[in-house]
Ligand binder design. Structure first.
Ligand SMILES: NC(=O)c1ccc[n+]([C@@H]2O[C@H](COP(=O)([O-])OP(=O)(O)OC[C@H]3O[C@@H](n4cnc5c(N)ncnc54)[C@H](OP(=O)(O)O)[C@@H]3O)[C@@H](O)[C@H]2O)c1
Length: 320
């Protein structure tokens, strides 16, 4: 079959021949239709994500949309390595497959699943979010953050506060449902003040896509700005601006912050697949949207090197 194959860590995938996978007894074979290029796909292809063994060559791609042998149209995640989603065929356990609603097209479903799951699982599985609560989304200008704004509103958030460094993308979040926005700048003291005044008005959950300096300022501001004993669930989801932070111990002693993460490992795979199934149903009903560009899979090597900050790239596979 044809597939997007990476021969060694750090190399770009090349559209080439790869042995077709055979499904084991607990797996299904999927004829792939669309597969998205998310940061997780890039990190795993580079051998740099905690969820991979580091063995090469591999077919890249962590999830996608396809058809089962009986013709059902489905979403699938984490196909069995070394096979990946960016190929004519993939194999995955039944527990990592979810049905797709008719009202959602293949490319949109593939584009939304991973970034949408990041906040759906963070809010529902980890933060145990309740309607009427206030959410701050740190780093809301990418695909995951834009969806987090829409999903938090859909789940009944009273107020959504969005932060980001890109002024234009931040402005666009108001149209998606953000009630307030905070520009991330280099002046950390001023940023901490802005965060602090938001915490003083009440925030129940932080969904953090950035980590690094802004997460440090958020945690310090929460400890100073929230009333004594006010619980805050801080859910770490992405590290777009830094892998590490410095966390003063006083932040944890002086506040009721519960610090947790959400992703592969903190939520079981079958639960994540079920969450994505729910998310895709909600996406069809509510019209969750992010900018998407569809690219034929044979162009994977070229498109891999292009910036996808403004729109999520989805590779499409021609019907066989
Ligand atoms: N744990 C999970 O379940 C899960 C699931 C999906 C995604 N993630 C993670 O979540 C993060 C976002 O994913 P995504 O799909 O939204 O990626 P994306 O579409 O590529 O967006 C990344 C966003 O981060 C912004 N950004 C990058 N560096 C920044 C910085 N230093 N300060 C402020 N903003 C910065 C970018 O802004 P510019 O446009 O200004 O560059 C862009 O808007 C990634 O780290 C990803 O790995 C985690």
């Amino acid at each position: 079959m044809k597939a997007a194959v990476v021969q060694a860590a750090g190399q770009r995938p090349v559209y080439s021949d790869f042995a077709e996978p055979t499904a084991a007894s607990d797996e299904s074979r999927i004829a792939v239709v669309a597969a998205a290029l998310s940061p997780l796909v890039r990190a795993r292809a580079a051998g740099a994500h905690y969820s991979v063994s580091g063995a090469f060559p591999v077919v890249v791609g962590v999830d996608g949309v396809g058809r089962l042998d009986d013709g059902r149209r489905i979403y699938f995640m984490l196909p069995r390595a070394p096979w990946g989603a960016m190929a004519e065929f993939a194999v995955a356990p039944a527990a990592q497959i979810a049905p797709l609603p008719d009202g959602l097209d293949d490319v949109t479903a593939a584009a939304i699943a991973n970034p949408g799951m990041s906040s759906w699982a963070a809010l529902k599985e980890r933060a145990k979010f309740k309607a009427g609560e206030t959410v701050l989304i740190n780093g809301a200008t990418g695909s995951a953050g834009r969806l987090a704004v829409q999903i938090a509103k859909h789940l009944g958030a009273k107020r959504v506060i969005a932060t980001g460094r890109n002024a234009e993308a931040l402005r666009a979040l108001a149209a998606l449902g953000a009630d307030a926005t905070i520009a991330l700048g280099d002046d950390e003291a001023a940023l901490e003040d802005r965060f602090r005044s938001q915490f003083a008005e009440g925030i129940d959950v932080v969904v953090d896509y950035l980590w690094g300096a802004s997460a440090e300022r958020l945690l310090v501001a929460a400890a100073k700005g929230l009333p004594d004993g006010a619980p805050l669930r801080f859910v770490q989801v992405g590290s777009a601006s830094g892998a590490n932070i410095t966390l003063p111990s006083a932040v944890l002693r002086s506040s009721a912050i519960a610090l947790m993460g959400s992703g592969l490992g903190s939520v079981p795979r079958d639960k994540l697949a079920a969450d994505i199934g729910e998310l895709l149903q909600a996406a069809a009903a509510r019209g969750f949207a992010i900018p998407v560009r569809a690219v034929p899979l044979p162009d994977v090597e070229r498109a891999w090197g292009e910036s996808d900050s403004a729109a999520r790239t989805v590779f499409t596979v021609d019907a066989r």
